[in-house]
Design a binder for this molecule. Structure first.
Ligand SMILES: Nc1ncnc2c1ncn2[C@@H]1O[C@H](COP(=O)(O)OP(=O)(O)OP(=O)(O)O)[C@@H](O)[C@H]1O
Length: 780
């Protein structure tokens, strides 16, 4: 097959090999056609020989491709501007698309146009000095630079600027930075740089050993499944289109970025110069792009998905494993080989570390961390619990010398305790049998920081609040929260993430939302994993939608363009508040959050804000049109009635069904006084056909009533429905300007952040507390 690039190669030679060229594939209609001015010059007669117009186009090469449907022409536009990218003169065909395969799927945020990514990443080597001057000093692997460029990540975020150089130097890093600030790449890029460099450099091990399964080099632990899948996707995107560049083709970046491939290289002790020759010897031209195992592979191990499949993926060998502690520990207990691999990790990452030490996660995390420890046995504090069931062979090897382990700990809300204790750690370590004071201390002890003092980077903003986030609150009765929520969702369409502390709360709200025709999806731990991901995906892909979620969605999830975060129930701690808020206002976008506060929650809100160094009165109140709110209450009331009626019928049916099954299982004869027959009209306590019919009819009437209410426009007080120019609120100007609110007549379209009252003045200045405070908040 004649590919575009093979032809382009020839053309590149004509233009001169150092000429910078960027090639784009366009359709004929998208080309920059110019009209040819005179027909005479074109050799045409006055009537154009029946041709209406002649057009021409520059710098385009036509490439013919054989397809199943016949030969088709492709147009490659060549950009010869100075800042364009070099076209690689080496391998070129479609196999270059076969970048590393990331095992596991994930709800990924929309990536930039694939065509652009392909065109730019697939065929280029890279001049980062010109194109990414802010990234250039990091000397990252060219593949990573290409990805950063194609994703338009033109400069590192502050946490990336600080963490990456330290990590590349081989330091352990503890990073604290606001939500949505790019922490994943802050630890991910150094790991990928190391692995890509190692994969691109010539093998030092004999061919026979190369065929062996690759051991896990990096383990990334996250507290939730969704976050694990997201991290995995994020890293996989960086690995797409990996190619081993032919060392004969020198480009600026390849020359300035000799691969730092081994532990020694990371420490900067050994240069890789001269390795290009060796590389050339063992790969024929074009062979480097042959399909085969990915250069660097990423896999995800999370609960709720087939453990067998995950085991198979592990058996094939992976470089980066992203996992939740629970499932990983389940597999580890039965897999000594995997346990050995964990013992020889090169990188260990705890993402959202503070969350993982909370109840329900800690035991497994603790067991896994124990496997990663490489200190002498007498330095390890004896665990209080009996040893977990891992094979003795693995447990007893704690003193053997392994390659250096680098540890990265990241979160938006890492307790100051943890940071302080990192410094005290050495003292702890020396004292045998000394019990750690807290779970955090315990975690610190278990982490095998190589540095006596790991690099601690704390960029968390004051009060944990991202500068682009507008916070607000509504004080209302518990019973009115549904109405306020409904009001908000109608008043401010967009993508709203509503947090509840309990699954029951979500189960109660979901049918109400459906009846009120709000596009809502649930997300909580009792849903099947497949359903969780599906709902998350639907929420991501629906511009005007609502996600009703528990705090499993509070951390780390990077959902593009969440407009609003609503705290329907008050978060149980200040860090949860910070993380929930962090689902909006990400990557410097604007965001809005609303605390819905009932009278009995005020104390909690005060404590919560106080622990963030803020005063309750500083959070401005949300303006609400009470007149419209009252109208919405009527809809809510009706929706509740319908839901109750439906629920009652469902419950009775369920009980009846269960009784019948139980009777059948015990081989009891079902007689009429058991009331289990649908034909049994005399039964007192069970719904008969007749009863059912009546109940259904009543529900249908209520539903029709609600439908009618929903169809009626909501009209603000003072608006004349007859004449749009009269009434105390004239809406004519808004209508002309296209600013009228579509479902609330008489209100202007506006953003939630613009409808908050000015914050009241602080009563007295409170000093910001240093630590996040936790208390037992509402759970039900
Ligand atoms: N250098 C960059 N420039 C622009 N955007 C970036 C950059 N690095 C990362 N991003 C994007 O910023 C978003 C947030 O990144 P990420 O999810 O890593 O944030 P985070 O700090 O881990 O947030 P959280 O604390 O909520 O987990 C992602 O969509 C990511 O692709």
């Amino acid at each position: 097959m004649a590919t575009g690039l093979s032809k382009r190669k020839a053309k590149t030679a004509v233009l001169g090999s150092r000429k910078k060229i960027k090639a784009k594939h366009l359709t004929a209609n998208d080309l920059a056609w110019k009209t040819v001015p005179t027909s005479k010059e074109a050799g045409l007669t006055d009537d154009f020989d029946g041709i209406l117009e002649l057009e021409e186009v520059d710098n385009v090469e036509v490439v013919y491709e054989e397809t199943e449907g016949g030969k088709i022409a492709r147009f490659n536009v060549i950009d010869t501007t100075n800042d364009a990218i070099d076209v690689s003169e080496e391998g070129d065909d479609e196999e270059m698309n076969d970048g590393p395969v990331a095992s596991g799927s994930s709800p990924l945020p929309a990536q930039p146009s694939e065509t652009e990514v392909e065109t730019e990443a697939q065929e280029v080597t890279f001049n980062s000095k010109t194109l990414l001057p802010d990234w250039h000093p990091f000397n990252l692997h060219p593949q990573l630079l290409r990805t950063l460029y194609s994703q338009r990540f033109t400069r590192p975020t502050p946490i990336q600027s600080e963490a990456i150089p330290n990590a590349l130097k081989g330091k352990d890093v503890v990073g604290v930075a606001e939500t949505g600030s790019g922490k994943t790449l802050a630890y991910g890029l150094p790991i990928l740089h190391y692995l890509l460099s190692a994969a691109s450099s010539p093998p030092k091990i004999p061919q026979k050993r190369m065929k062996q399964k690759r051991p896990i080099r990096a383990l990334i632990l996250t507290p939730t499944r969704e976050l694990a899948l997201q991290v995995s996707s994020h890293l996989s995107v960086c690995l797409q289109e990996v190619e081993i560049l032919d060392p004969a083709v020198k480009t600026e970046d390849d020359e300035s970025n000799p691969p730092l491939s081994t532990d020694k290289a990371v420490k900067g002790k050994k240069s890789q110069k001269g390795k290009g020759k060796e590389r050339q010897q063992d790969s024929k031209p074009g062979q480097s792009k042959a399909k085969g195992p990915p250069l660097v592979s990423v896999a995800t191990i999370v609960g709720g998905m087939s453990a067998q499949k995950q085991r198979r993926i592990l058996d094939r060998g992976v470089d980066v494993l992203v996992a939740t502690p629970g499932r990983l520990w389940d597999i580890l207990q039965e897999d000594d080989d995997l346990a050995s691999q964990i013992k020889t990790l090169r990188f260990l990452v705890l993402d959202e570390a503070d969350r993982m030490i909370e109840t329900g996660h800690f035991a497994e995390l603790d067991n896994i961390l124990r496997l990663t420890m490489r200190v002498a046995k007498d330095e390890v504090i004896e665990p209080e619990e009996p040893e977990a069931d891992v094979s003795e062979a693995v447990q007893d090897e704690s003193t053997r010398v392994e390659p250096d382990l680098q540890t990265f700990v990241f979160s938006a809300t890492l307790s100051k305790d943890l940071q302080r204790n990192l410094k005290k750690r050495q003292r702890f370590k020396g004292k045998k049998n000394r019990k750690p004071a807290s779970t955090l201390d315990d975690l610190v002890m278990k982490l095998d920081f190589r540095d006596p003092e790991p690099t601690v980077i704390d960029l968390s903003p004051e009060g944990g609040v991202v500068s682009t986030l507008k916070q607000s609150r509504i004080d209302c009765l518990s019973g009115d929260k549904d109405a306020y929520l409904y009001y908000f969702l109608l008043r401010y369409p967009g993508r709203s993430l509503v947090f509840l502390s309990s699954i029951d709360g979500i189960r109660r709200l979901m049918p109400l939302m459906e009846l009120l025709e709000i596009n809502a999806f649930p997300l909580h731990s009792q849903l099947e994993q497949r359903q969780r991901l599906k709902n998350l995906d639907r929420f991501k892909n629906t511009a005007n939608s609502v996600l009703l979620a528990t705090d499993i969605a509070a951390r780390g999830l990077d959902i593009p363009a969440v407009d609003h975060v609503l705290h329907y129930q008050i978060p149980r701690s200040a860090d949860v508040y910070v993380h929930r808020n962090g689902r909006t206002a990400r990557a410097m976008r604007e965001g809005f959050s609303l605390l819905m506060c009932a009278p009995d929650e005020r104390r909690l809100v005060r404590a919560l804000l106080n622990s963030l160094g803020r005063d309750e009165v500083e959070i401005p109140e949300m303006a609400v049109e009470l007149y419209l709110l009252d109208k919405l209450k009527a809809r809510i009331q009706l929706a509740r009635q319908i839901d109750n009626a439906q629920h009652k019928i469902k419950k009775e049916n369920h009980e009846k069904h269960w009784l019948r099954e139980a009777a059948e299982a015990m081989e009891l004869e079902i007689d009429s006084d058991m009331g289990l027959s649908d034909d049994d009209d005399d039964a007192k306590d069970v719904p008969t056909k007749h009863k059912k019919k009546t109940a259904n009819a009543k529900t249908a009437v209520l539903k029709a009533e609600l439908k009618q209410l929903l169809a009626q426009p909501l009209i603000a007080r003072g608006v004349s429905t007859r004449y749009i120019t009269s009434g105390s609120r004239s809406i004519v100007d808004d209508v002309i300007a296209g600013q009228y609110h579509e479902s609330m007549l008489g209100l202007k379209k506006s953003q939630a952040g613009h409808d908050v009252t000015a914050p009241r003045k602080k009563l007295k200045r409170k000093k910001a507390k240093e630590e996040f405070e936790e208390w037992n908040g509402i759970e039900s």
